[in-house]
Structure formats: structure tokens, C-alpha cells
Design a protein around this ligand. Structure first.
Ligand code: SF4
Length: 226
């Protein structure tokens, strides 16, 4: 950016933040200003959607559509040793989602969250009571977020797992050194249980690293043909 452009932008930003502050001070309960009387306590089930918190989102350019995506689709550095298939991310799939104007919510990597980056024996670790406790905590947070987007009237297009993973596999998973094939990863299995328990009908599909076109075709049908 040229020096002159930079100066103009700085002046604009300064001006607009002063204007916003002035507006806030002069209009006690305008949109975007929190009301001290609102109850933000969170009940035990973790969902705090209340009618007074429901907002109108139609005043700007946002698409109102989001998709939840396995962490490593956006960050291959979370993969277990020797398992990254790309330098950084699934470019083809992400390029499609971006062009389709769907917001991406990157799910936390369940293996990293429960077992760390240098993990071994993933399935054993996740099925262990200590691993399962952390995993269920993570899934609770996810359910909370899904419910909030739905409560606010947005569309949750789907959840994209990662085929072949012992955690995020949807149709194909890894059991141990001598076994992999059809089946679900531990995270996806538990997530689907929680979705059912909460009556959340969100499609869950898996992306295979070298068949991203299949996930794209699914998205195309979901977004534009249904
Ligand atoms: S656990 Fe899931 S998100 Fe994490 S690296 Fe494996 S497939 Fe990716």
C-alpha cells in the first residue's frame, strides 16, 4: 500500500472508531451494545439460546451458511507423524467452499486435543476413560456451537470428517497396524451419538485426501440442487 493510501486509511479508521464510540455513548441500548440486564448464565445442558439473544442477521453481506470441517483439512501440521498429504491444507476443497460463500468452522483436532501432537496408539488413547472424558468435552463444545448457529437462524450445511482416520473417519477408518477399512473413527462415532441425542439432523460426510472431488460433488448437491 502506498504511503498516502496508508495515511488515508489510518485517518478513516481513527474517525470511524471515534464515531462508533460516540454512538455507543449516546444510545444507551442500541444494536451491538450489551444490555446489562440480559442473563448470560449457561444452564447445565450448555445451550444458552434465549429469545432476547436472537438477532437479525440480514443487514449485511454474510451468507448465513457455515460448514464444520476436520481440523487437518485446514492444517496438515496436526497430522500424526508421516501422515500429512499436503504442505498445509486441502486446497481443492477449501477453494470450492470459499467460492460457494460458506463460512468454515475448523473443528479442534480431537487427537491433538486429547493425546497431543506426538501421539501413538490413537484409538487406544481415545477409548481410554481419560481420553474419552476430554473427547466428550470437545464434542459438547461443538454441539453448543452448532446449536447456537441454528438458533440464530443460520444454516449448518454439514460436518466434514476425514476418511481413513481412527478419529475422524466417517466410512473408512484405521483400527491398528493390522486393520483398517470400513467403519467410523472414535470422534465421529461419539459426535453422531450426541447429534442424535440432541435431535440435530446435520449431514456428516468424510473427505478422502486424494478424492476431494467427491466431497465437492456432495456439497454441490447439498447447496445448489436440493
Ligand atoms: S484427528 Fe482428525 S483432525 Fe486430527 S489429524 Fe486426524 S483426521 Fe485430522
Amino acid at each position: 500500500m502506498k504511503r498516502k493510501d496508508l495515511e488515508t486509511r489510518r485517518r478513516f479508521l481513527k474517525k470511524s472508531s471515534f464515531a462508533a464510540a460516540a454512538l455507543t455513548l449516546s444510545s444507551g441500548c442500541s444494536e451491538g451494545v450489551s444490555n446489562k440486564n440480559l442473563d448470560y448464565s449457561i444452564p447445565k445442558n450448555g445451550f444458552h439460546g434465549k429469545s432476547e439473544n436472537r438477532r437479525n442477521w440480514s443487514g449485511d453481506i454474510r451468507s448465513g451458511k457455515v460448514i464444520f470441517v476436520a481440523h487437518c483439512v485446514l492444517n496438515q501440521n496436526a497430522r500424526i507423524v508421516d501422515a500429512a498429504d499436503f504442505p498445509a491444507m486441502h486446497d481443492q476443497l477449501l477453494d470450492y467452499i470459499q467460492k460457494a460463500k460458506v463460512g468454515i468452522i475448523q473443528m479442534t483436532c480431537p487427537e491433538t486435543y486429547c493425546l497431543g501432537l506426538g501421539r501413538f496408539d490413537v484409538r487406544v488413547g481415545l477409548e481410554h476413560p481419560a481420553g474419552m472424558e476430554r473427547l466428550l468435552r470437545l464434542i459438547d463444545d461443538l454441539i453448543f456451537t452448532i446449536q447456537e448457529y441454528l438458533f440464530q437462524g443460520m444454516e449448518v450445511v454439514g460436518i466434514i470428517g476425514k476418511e481413513g482416520s481412527p478419529s475422524c473417519g466417517v466410512n473408512q477408518t484405521w483400527y491398528n497396524e493390522s486393520g483398517h477399512g470400513e467403519g467410523q473413527g472414535v470422534f465421529i462415532r461419539e459426535l453422531k451419538k450426541k447429534l442424535r441425542n440432541n435431535k440435530l439432523d446435520i449431514p456428516v460426510i468424510g473427505v478422502a485426501d486424494h478424492r476431494q472431488n467427491e466431497a465437492i460433488e456432495w456439497l454441490e448437491r447439498e447447496l445448489f440442487q436440493s
